[in-house]
Design a protein. Structure first.
Length: 198
């Protein structure tokens, strides 16, 4: 099966937006909606629900509430409990929406693995880093960490629409870092489980 350039760019766009959902669930949808409403991108017909001022206002309000919630130390961990599955769902839906002509089984399997997986991986990485920030500073640095996540979400979402290849390269780098951190954590737990000799 050959993949043409347009299909590859759409795939990079979908995966990059999905990965951005791991940083902030609603920001990629807000950026995508704004780009469509203001005519910077022509979305597939199955994404018409995003391409209207009402959706733009809704995503804007949801993004604002999410930003405020993540700025409150300790409440941000509670928010992560809801945001983690929401990010995976958002990533899956975005990825599926950019592959409407595929067989539904292939479409949703690919969307879950690529889109949901991308969002889940970046969200897991952020949860680990936020946990480290909380342990090191008692949660005082978490608002700064939240601002950093917001900047990445906006930047990655904007890059995904403007230059999907650059966004895709950044996402691959993020994935490499995420795998490194998760592997590091697993090894730490394995070392703790090894019984010491008397």
């Amino acid at each position: 099966m050959t993949i043409n350039l347009d299909t590859l760019l759409e795939l990079l766009l979908a995966i990059s937006l999905s990965a951005a959902a791991g940083f902030r669930v609603f920001v990629p949808l807000l950026v995508l909606s704004a780009a469509a409403v203001f005519g910077h991108i022509d979305l597939p017909s199955n994404l018409d629900w995003i391409e209207n001022p009402q959706a733009l206002a809704l995503f804007g309000a949801a993004s604002m509430l999410e930003v405020i919630g993540y700025s409150i130390p300790w409440f941000d961990h509670l928010l992560d409990l809801l945001a983690t599955p929401a990010a995976i769902i958002a990533g899956t839906v975005v990825a599926a929406s950019f592959a409407p002509e595929m067989d539904p089984l292939v479409q949703w399997t690919l969307a879950l693995v690529a889109g949901g997986g991308a969002a889940g991986l970046t969200k897991t990485l952020m949860n680990l880093l936020r946990g480290g920030s909380t342990a090191a500073t008692g949660g005082l640095a978490n608002p700064i960490f939240a601002a950093f996540e917001l900047v990445i979400a906006i930047g990655l979402s904007t890059l995904a629409i403007a230059t999907p290849v650059v966004a895709g390269a950044i996402v691959i780098s993020i994935f490499g870092f995420a795998f490194y951190k998760i592997n590091q954590l697993i090894r730490r737990f394995q070392r703790q489980d090894v019984p010491t000799e008397p």
